[in-house]
Design a protein around this ligand. Structure first.
Ligand code: T1G
Length: 703
């Protein structure tokens, strides 16, 4: 994000009302220069006899969205946001906040410190600090409960969710919602009030009755059950609200300050803040210097299976007109059924109204003919992961698409350059690898081959961002066939796990070790979910790497018909279609026989051995992708692994983790690797590269 402008705050006057106008694009983040500007303008306004009231407003699309997150790793600069909020609240003339866009975090805290709040009808507000592993640290934990009560305040702070201006008004957070000119309304309101509203100091703590304390106790129990007793930020938020109930606000603000600092200093907050910026850095494609995205209004998707239907839903939900091509009547009906079921579920769960669901479907055209592709601006091929099938479809698409259409293949593993060539217009062909389920998974890898045009790449990026998804660029060279970033790393992850499986660990132990690391599911649970036959087909389609030990356990399972959840048994047995399986004893027998045949004496693995070997394998694969230029920066790998494979977000991703953990593993535990396992892809260069890339990434964020 660009540095704050030289003068990010202006003081204007309209008769007896002074206006403090913030201008710090793109989101009016409350960095130090902005805070200093507001404090100076407030002092000037309050000491001007001609000023009877003050309005705090912001230019651009939104009222401040919060503190400047990049400052959390820097030395604190005065005034802190909490000090500024106290200055505002203690003003002896009425201060009115005029809110448009999304007033979030410190932005909403600044507004709560004002005596009154006016909001545009479409404004939204919230305290999302918990998503950064911290809590509202500028008085929000003390003012919000006093404004809307502890229950609603805990709801907002523990979920980080946003509320609309209308709901906020019902809660007592907003005094007036307007569809008129916000600034004019705020000035008129300022002229209508004579006194500042009683401040938090006068609003005594809320200890009227044990009911509130019951709320706090219930929430603490809920957090313990859902997140564990050591979930730092949620428990600190509850501590702060308890202080707001029982203690004078000055003490409560001290409790909040100390709690905020504890959270900010935590490894989890560092990881969450890293993930926040990593997702945004990933969208910085080098092609942006050469081209802009072409507008995409109509898209066509060829292949209406799980993936194609999911992409169609994501596009419909973002307002695109969609043509979905599926072969045969049954294919078309199955696709329609799949999409229809999504909308029925969404309406049933109240996520969409009936009318919204029906309206979305009017933008869907289903057909079993390719000839309607001529109007599409973007055509996505999403058929099964079979080279010849994809090549045939892409060749037909290439012959039917309009000249400036962009063509994309959803392949996750196959040779992108070779597929692009089959369209006859390789420059206009890119990879768009959606992660399942495409209607909800935020991640899309954008595959860029040697001859892809910047125009096509940027149009793909524009489309992915228009879907509200996170795009990560994967630069793949001709012949690079092992799955962009995510699946290339997943392959290394699975290989490391399979070596330990063959050498003595069990599927359940490995899964348990990775769940305790923070993954929602372990690798064998994921394998059962995706279907063992998919990976089997991929292994059989590729020449074996003579350097790497090939583990045949999974092949033998598929040959027994054990395909995972889809066949009711894989590494686990799934009774009556349950998703939570029980370990499959027959697999353990198969593994024991397999080891005996190879003369392997099973060895013991600790959970730490399992985690360290898998982390090393992930980092090693990531370093290789960086070294080969497939991934542009370590944080891109973090973004892919968090969104695509459930890497614990609070750890920031494997490459951030590597910074914190790999040196010690390399220093003392390389012995845990199996002899034929690739030690870290040249240990020293990996860490040097990580340090260089991290510096580049840090520079990028302070540019
Ligand atoms: N600080 C610094 N940079 C920020 C920022 C922030 N709070 N919010 C956004 N940016 C940058 C972002 O990196 C990107 O930069 C550009 O602005 C556009 O953002 C004391 C402790 C508001 C929903 O957590 O959720 O206040 O890529 O691409 O998609 O209690 O930005 O252009 O270089 O995301 O339209 C609490 C975080 C902070 C809100 C808009 N507030 N921001 O989404 O744009 S902590 C938040 C968002 C705090 C106090 C506490 C989103 C958005 P670049 P963008 P968008």
């Amino acid at each position: 994000m660009k540095q704050a402008p030289k003068h990010p705050v202006r003081l204007e006057r309209q008769g007896n009302v002074s206006l403090i106008v913030i201008e710090n694009p793109p989101v009016n983040a409350l960095g130090a220069a902005v805070r200093r500007g507001i404090a100076a303008a407030l002092n000037a306004a309050l000491s001007n006899d001609k000023t009877d009231a003050v309005v705090i407003a912001a230019n651009g699309r939104t009222f401040p969205v919060g503190a400047d997150i990049r400052e959390f790793d820097m030395a604190p600069q005065q005034p802190s946001l909490s000090q500024l909020c106290s200055l505002v609240e203690d003003a002896r003339k009425p201060v009115i906040a005029a809110i448009q866009g999304t007033a979030l975090g410190g932005g909403l805290e600044l507004a709560m410190a004002a005596h009154y709040r006016i909001a545009s009808k479409d404004a939204r507000m919230g305290l999302p600090e918990i998503k950064l592993g911290t809590l509202p640290g500028a008085g929000g934990t003390q003012r919000l409960p006093r404004l809307i009560g502890p229950e609603l305040a805990l709801d907002m702070m523990l979920t980080g969710s946003q509320v609309s201006a209308g709901i906020a008004a019902e809660m007592g957070l907003i005094d007036l919602v307007t569809s008129n000119d916000l600034r004019a309304e705020a000035v008129a309101f300022a002229r209508s009030v004579k006194e500042p509203r009683p401040t938090s100091q006068n609003r005594t703590h809320l200890s009227d009755g044990s009911a509130y304390m019951a709320t706090v106790a219930a929430r603490r129990a809920q957090v313990k059950m859902e997140l564990g007793a050591d979930a730092l930020a949620p428990n600190k938020i509850i501590d702060c609200v308890e202080s707001a109930l029982l203690l004078p606000v000055e003490t409560g603000l001290q409790v909040e300050r100390s709690a905020f600092e504890d959270c900010i200093a935590s490894r989890e907050s560092a990881g969450l803040r890293h993930a926040f910026f990593a997702e945004r850095a990933a969208a910085k494609f080098p092609e942006a210097a050469e081209a802009k995205p072409e507008p995409v209004d109509r898209i066509a998707i060829v292949g209406g299976g799980l993936m194609g239907s999911g992409i169609a839903i994501a596009a419909l939900q973002s307002g695109f007109a969609v043509t979905l091509v599926e072969q045969g009547e049954s294919g078309v009906n199955a696709a329609l059924e799949r999409i229809g079921a999504f909308y029925e579920r969404s309406v049933a769960k109240g996520r969409l109204s009936e009318a919204q669901g029906a309206a979305a479907l009017t933008h869907l055209q289903l057909t079993n003919k390719l000839d309607g592709l001529g109007e599409a601006d973007l055509i996505i091929e999403a058929v099964a992961e079979d080279f010849d099938l994809k090549a045939g479809i892409l060749s037909e698409i290439g012959s039917l698409a309009k000249p400036d259409a962009v063509i994309a293949t959803n392949t996750s593993y196959l040779d992108l350059a070779a597929l692009a060539a089959t369209t006859g217009r390789a420059a206009n062909t890119i990879g768009l690898h959606f992660f399942a389920p495409a209607q909800s998974n935020a991640l899309v890898e954008i595959g860029v081959h040697d001859t892809a045009s910047p125009q096509a790449v940027m149009t793909g990026l524009g489309f992915v961002r228009a879907l509200g998804k996170t795009a990560v660029r994967a630069r793949v060279h001709a012949g690079f066939g092992s799955g962009y970033i995510g699946n290339a790393i997943l392959e290394a992850y699975r290989h490391a796990a399979d070596l330990m499986l063959e050498d003595g660990a069990t599927p359940a132990q490995i899964d348990g070790a990775m769940r305790s690391f923070g993954f929602r599911l372990g690798p064998y649970q994921v394998a059962d979910m995706s279907g063992l036959d998919i990976a089997y087909a991929r292994r059989k389609s590729k020449p074996r790497d003579p350097e790497a030990r090939y583990v045949e356990i999974a092949d033998k399972m598929v040959e027994q018909g054990w395909l995972g959840q889809k066949s009711g048994r894989g590494y686990y047995i799934y009774i009556d279609g349950q998703r939570q399986g029980v370990p499959n004893g027959d697999v353990l027998k198969l593994i024991a026989e397999h080891r005996a045949k190879l003369g392997i004496t099973p060895r013991k693995f600790t959970d730490r051995d399992i985690r360290d070997r898998i982390l090393l394998a992930i980092v090693n694969a990531g370093a290789r992708l960086l070294g080969e230029g497939v991934a542009a920066r370590p944080s891109d790998i973090d973004t892919v692994m968090i969104h695509g494979f459930g890497y614990p977000r609070g750890r920031g991703g494997p490459m951030m983790d590597a910074d914190a953990t790999t040196p010690s593993i390399i220093a003392s535990r390389l012995s845990i690797l199996a002899p034929e396992e690739p030690t870290l892809w040249g240990a020293a260069p990996v860490l040097t590269m990580l340090a260089q890339e991290r510096q580049k990434f840090a520079d990028l964020n302070t540019a």
